[in-house]
Design a protein around this ligand. Structure first.
Ligand code: MRU
Length: 345
């Protein structure tokens, strides 16, 4: 972490023989880490949202592969067992492409048959982690350059240090703007039902001394109508070739509202979030979590007539987005241009 941020709590810590995972479900009341020594534990940590946020789950999965190799190498069938662990890690959550991107990189390294797979895999996982932090710092500056100055912005979910290798994507842009003295206030949506905004984002911002105001998700339209914000800044879980963006449920509603009210929408994401194999967002798998996460306690009994639908991501069409910012560059007006210009290979 650089002097750009005082935020020091890390979502993931590699110890050399285990992965310490901050239990984000307990924040902000309790800062507690669990220590995982196998891929099954990391898989469960991702599936249960102990660690969450697209880049962070990719990094966690990469370390999960290292732990798998440490456990199984040099047993006779170690390659098969590591491949099975990779399949389990890949099944932990479906929407954020960073997970599959990181696992593909680890798989490719294994296929190249390095002399010492553990050293090589460890080095790659650490590199994925370090590169994500560097990408965030770069896109923070780039996003701040594009915005220039804002009286206030609105962010949704948590796209901060907790969701990444550090510094954050959307919160990285916000941190950079604040550091420049070009941002007066940040509004954060609660982000139901997991409350990533209410529990994580406002806490992260407060640690850095960045003025933050929590709003109910349903207050966003009125906030825009009142002229209080210039930009909405969010992260992403998957961006397709035409610039469609999958992100936390509620992002699409914000973008529709933004159009109505003349507010601009910025998406900040590292290149590991791009899925150029998909032409548009129609075929992105949207995770649906257990309805119990939404339902009040009194409806959880057998035979209850009350049900719930709990999609946890949505897709915002490129045409509703003003700018997509990455460490490689930015596309203004992706609805007109798509994002293929950001593809390097
Ligand atoms: O369900 P979550 O908390 O993993 O969802 C996280 C988000 O939607 C974030 O906005 C996204 O992953 C970007 S994080 C830099």
């Amino acid at each position: 972490m650089t002097a750009a941020s005082n935020f020091s709590v890390q979502a993931l810590q590699w110890t050399g023989h285990s992965l310490k995972v901050l239990d984000q479900r307990q924040l902000p009341e309790t800062i507690a880490y669990d220590d995982y020594q196998d891929a099954a534990g990391v898989t469960e940590a991702i599936a249960s949202m102990q660690v969450r946020g697209a880049p962070a789950i990719g990094i966690a999965a990469a370390y999960g592969v290292v732990l798998s190799a440490m456990r199984h190498y040099p047993g006779g069938d170690w390659q098969t067992r590591v491949a099975q662990d990779i399949e389990q890690l890949a099944a932990s959550r479906p929407t954020a492409v960073n997970l599959f991107w990181a696992l593909d990189k680890m798989r490719a390294l294994l296929a190249a048959q390095p002399a010492d797979p553990i050293a090589a895999l460890t080095q790659l996982a650490k590199q994925i982690h370090a590169d994500d932090l560097a990408a965030n710092l770069a896109m923070g500056e780039r996003g701040a350059d594009i915005i220039g100055e804002a009286k206030a912005v609105l962010t949704h979910c948590n796209a901060g240090a907790l969701a990444t290798g550090g510094y954050g994507t959307a919160l990285g842009v916000i941190r950079s703007l604040h550091k420049r003295g070009r941002l007066q206030n940040v509004y954060a949506d609660e982000t139901r039902p997991w409350l990533q905004g209410a529990r994580l984002t406002v806490w992260e911002l407060a640690q850095d001394g960045i003025p933050a105001t929590l709003i109910a998700d349903s207050a966003a339209a009125w906030l825009m109508k009142s002229g209080k914000i210039d930009w909405i800044i969010v992260g992403a879980d998957r961006i397709t070739a035409n610039g469609d963006v999958a992100n936390k449920i509620g992002t699409y509603s914000l973008a529709v509202l933004a159009k109505q009210h003349g507010v601009k929408v910025m998406v900040a994401a590292p290149s590991s979030t791009f899925d150029f194999s998909l032409e548009n967002g129609d075929s992105i798998e949207i995770e649906e979590r257990n309805p119990k996460e939404l339902l009040a306690e009194c409806y959880l009994h057998d035979g209850s007539l009350v049900n719930a639908w709990n999609p946890v991501f949505d897709v915002t069409p490129a045409a509703l987005i003003s700018a997509i910012v990455t460490e490689r560059g930015a596309v203004i007006d992706p609805g007109k241009h798509g994002v293929r210009s950001l593809q390097t290979c």
